[in-house]
Design a protein around this ligand. Structure first.
Ligand code: SF4
Length: 535
């Protein structure tokens, strides 16, 4: 029983609600202290942050890049990422007031930091992966690769393909023609006196200006079309020069394709890249990046059919990477025509010949041929006389062909080994695990954090912003896996070789509970493996 109708807040007239010390604004195990300790442990000059090496000089000093990095880490972890919102939060959010020691950078300073330090942000992201590896949080033997589309800071209407430009030119032509006809009609009208007896009846000036405007627009569209025809670009983006119209399933966006490699053990992103094309052709580059950061001798890589590419499979094999990618179905032209495809011919390695459904051998011809996709192939041909009498001829040969020809890639043995791998008992299980491994981070970043689009434009800045998203995903995940105390101890252990960084990292922990110090002592005493480079 209570004598209050509702819960009531404090009186606004009360003298002070806040503790006198900024240190008391946040609790001893507040996650914001983990951000502080991590950033303090980084060698920002080595990572390439602007102003990190600055010495005292004339004029107003800049903000310490460490403070702005802390602001961004806090913001991206807490779904605050626009520079104006970060500016506001720095003034009213007690955790940020603690983190920045009551500094209040303006939104331009905040925005410029993200734009200018894109390379350094990528380096911080990599440093965190190295830390996770040092802590044993990545397995380093099985990873999955996938791409996800993120909207750019551009609309679909601002991106032109050849087809769209041709359609625009055709529409402009029709409008110009219609206005031209109106001008002719107007000339005829102008010849007659106006009903009120003042001047001519026409309105030619307005029409003439409109036609000029349309002609100028048409010239621009024509120049853009010629630029696309002669250059390497297949799309022209007016707002963000690097954003592209990208499609996946029934979704089409104006933006970027984020490639991510995720480790199986704790679903941490170990390598990533932002591109503006499809997944095809990026299997090897992404797998190699992951293998390097994991320092793995061998690596199993899982990817979906969009990554199937024979050259990539060969490059992976050469680099000790075992790829599991469902074979592409191809365009199925032969299947649609009801004709035998390559699947219906078996290769006899001993005889170096293909055997067709009629049991006849197709023998190799001399020389090598480069096909339309640039692959060097050996051509295998059947005998004309045998095919002429073959009852399977309608299902095998094109109507005017006299014999069957098959192109075998010079490294076809790589494809055969991959095919055998995909038919092994493990493959089904691994492919089922693929989506569970790699789609987890994208789901978290897009659905939990709500990051489906980039706020900046151009590859460099977008890659910097993606690094922040990936870093915050990994950071939150590692903090959740280890817990606050073990996380702080791990960061401290990683920088024990740099006493000044250790002192900074621990300065924020004076209020840490006693259990933390006990565990920290155990962590420090534990035998170290490889030294981790936080910078
Ligand atoms: S047409 Fe020639 S290649 Fe085709 S199945 Fe008959 S014999 Fe073999």
């Amino acid at each position: 029983m209570t004598n209050r109708t509702f819960k009531t807040g404090e009186s606004r007239e009360q003298a002070s609600l806040l503790p006198a010390r900024i240190e008391d604004y946040v609790g001893p195990d507040n996650p914001v202290r983990a951000i502080e300790s991590f950033v303090c442990a980084l060698d920002l000059a080595k990572l390439g942050f602007r102003h990190a090496k600055r010495v005292v000089g004339a004029g107003q000093p800049p903000y310490d890049p460490a403070d702005l990095l802390k602001l961004y880490l806090y913001g991206y972890i807490n779904q605050v990422r626009s520079s104006r919102r970060l500016e506001r939060e720095a003034c009213r959010n007690l955790e940020l007031i603690w983190l920045l020691k009551d500094l209040k950078p303006g939104y331009r300073t905040i925005a410029n930091f993200r734009k200018e330090n894109w390379k350094a942000l990528k380096a911080v992201n990599r440093s965190f992966v190295l830390l996770a590896r040092e802590l044993g949080l990545v397995g380093g033997s099985l990873v999955a690769i996938d791409g996800a589309l993120f909207h750019g800071d551009a609309s679909k209407a601002s991106i032109f393909t050849r087809r769209r430009l041709a359609e625009q030119i055709a529409t402009l032509d029709r409008e110009i023609e219609a206005y031209g006809k109106s001008l002719e009609d107007n000339d005829a009208t102008e010849a007659e006196p106006r009903p009120d007896g003042h001047g001519d009846a026409g309105y030619g000036d307005d029409l003439g200006a409109r036609v000029k405007e349309l002609m100028a627009k048409r010239s621009r569209a024509q120049a853009d079309l010629e630029g696309l025809d002669t250059g390497e670009k297949r799309q022209l983006s007016l707002t963000d020069p690097d954003a592209r119209l990208l499609s996946k399933g029934d979704q089409t966006i104006a933006g970027y394709n984020v490639q991510s490699v995720v480790d199986d053990k704790h679903k941490l992103i170990v390598a990533s890249q932002v591109i503006n094309s499809s997944d095809a052709g990026h299997l090897h580059a992404m797998a190699k990046a992951a293998k390097e950061v994991l320092e793995a001798k061998s690596l199993q890589v899982l990817a979906d059919a969009g990554y199937y590419n024979s050259a990539d499979l060969k490059a992976c094999e050469d680099d000790g990477i075992e790829a599991y990618v469902p074979p592409s179905e191809g365009n199925g032209v032969l299947d649609k025509q009801g004709r035998f495809s390559l699947r219906d011919f078996s290769y006899d390695a001993a005889a170096d010949a293909y055997r067709c459904s009629a049991g006849e051998l197709l023998r190799p011809t001399k020389g090598r041929f480069t096909n339309t996709s640039g692959r060097v192939e050996i051509r295998y041909l059947s005998r004309k006389a045998v095919c002429a009498a073959c009852p399977l001829r309608p299902r095998c040969l094109a109507p005017k062909a006299a014999q069957r020809s098959i192109g075998r890639w010079e490294h076809e043995d790589v494809i055969e080994r991959h095919r055998a791998r995909m038919q092994s008992a493990d493959a089904d299980d691994l492919m089922r695990r693929r989506s569970a491994i790699v789609e987890h981070p994208f789901g978290t970043i897009k659905c939990r954090a709500g990051y489906r689009h980039f706020l900046v434009r151009g590859f460099n800045k977008v890659r910097g912003e993606w690094s922040l998203m990936a870093l915050c995903y990994n950071f939150t995940r590692v903090l959740n896996i280890l817990g606050f105390e073990r996380f702080i101890a791990a960061v401290a252990r990683a920088v024990t070789s740099r006493p000044y960084a250790l002192a900074d990292a621990l300065a924020c922990l004076l209020l840490a509970p006693e259990t933390f110090w006990t565990r920290f002592a155990q962590q420090i005493a534990a035998p170290r493996r490889q030294p981790v480079l936080l910078g």
